[in-house]
Design a protein around this ligand. Structure first.
Ligand SMILES: [Zn+2]
Length: 325
């Protein structure tokens, strides 16, 4: 029998594809999915001094304060001091072969923990926007957050109601009563820049920060292609038909567990009929207006989503005329 290779694939340098330019996309872990049920391997990883873990208190990452910077990983001994783990998962190994786990604490750390000088609890959106951890670590925190979120809300079998058990190093839950296997879910969302020649369509949801406008977006539904989901969402939200749809890039979006699928969509008409349940406002923007928003937003004018988002990348590429069908 052939020996199992230590790595499923060599961890490659950052690829040049556009998805790699979005926040949460870089990760750099070899997930070693073929070793997730190898008890000897996992034991060795648990005992290796270089092994680290990410820690979550509810949906909030726990960070270690190291002087003026934050460190996202803890040794397993340090993590044990923070509390009992309710769930744990093996995320993989980094380019140096060092293992990384993720664990969810049994009890949410109390508020006063936030004032401790050794740890900080900061929500992942703030970590991302403020660049508190390196891009690769941001991707790993996103992976852990989505996976642990799923565990925390799938503790009982959806088929028979029995309490389920974690299996396959945190990548499955098993029901001991009906033998059903439950897999972590990712929810696909289409996000599309609708264009009509020299103009693109941007909308504003009531929940957005003040003045922010963005590409239209919506969850895919069962039985839809990506292209059909784009056409349906655009028609529902602004009442226009869409012709050609081209995939551009994707972005893991751990709020809580989505995959944003970024597309360019061709408008077949210009007159908008807004669904005010979905959108507060929407209109066509010229390339000059989009460049203004990206480079030097006017004091009272519209602003773009933050640079880590795939919407920002779609707009940057469109404004520079490098986003084409
Ligand atoms: Zn069951």
């Amino acid at each position: 029998m052939a020996a199992i290779k230590p790595y499923l694939f060599a961890v490659e340098p950052t690829p040049s594809e556009p998805s790699a330019e979005t926040g949460f996309a870089l990760n750099g872990l070899d997930r070693l999915s073929q070793r997730r049920e190898d008890a000897n391997f996992l034991q060795a990883m648990t005992e290796a001094p270089s092994t680290r873990t990410l820690v979550f208190s509810g949906d909030i990452p726990v960070l270690k304060r190291c002087g003026t910077v934050h460190e996202a990983t803890f040794t397993l001994a340090e993590a044990a001091h923070l509390g009992i783990a309710r769930e744990a998962a093996f995320l993989g190994v980094d380019a140096a072969g060092e293992a990384l786990f993720a664990l969810l604490l049994e009890s949410v750390l109390p508020e006063k923990q936030q004032e401790r000088d050794d740890i900080a609890m900061i929500d992942l959106r703030t970590i991302a926007l403020q660049g508190l951890v390196a891009p690769f670590m941001l991707g790993r925190l996103g992976e852990a957050k989505s996976l642990l979120y799923w565990h925390s809300r799938h503790r009982f079998c959806a088929n028979c109601g029995t309490k389920t058990q974690v299996s396959v190093s945190g990548w499955r839950r098993h029901c001991p009563a009906c033998e059903a296997s439950h897999f972590p879910r990712t929810d696909p969302v289409v996000i599309m820049l609708v264009q009509d020649g020299a103009h693109c369509l941007l909308g504003r949801q009531a929940a957005f920060p003040p003045r922010m406008v963005s590409c239209l977006a919506g969850f895919m539904e069962s039985g839809e292609t990506i292209e059909d989901a784009v056409r349906r969402e655009v028609f529902e939200e602004v009442g226009i038909g869409v012709g050609k749809v081209t995939y551009f890039a994707s972005q893991p979006w751990p709020f809580p567990a989505s995959l944003m699928i970024g597309c360019l969509a061709e408008a077949r008409s210009r007159d908008l009929v807004l669904d005010h349940e979905e959108l507060e406002d929407a209109r066509w923007y010229s390339r000059a207006e989009v460049r203004q928003m990206l480079e030097a937003p006017l004091p009272e004018g519209p602003i773009c989503p933050p640079k880590l988002s795939i919407a920002n990348l779609l707009l940057r590429r469109w404004a520079s005329e490098s986003l084409t069908f």
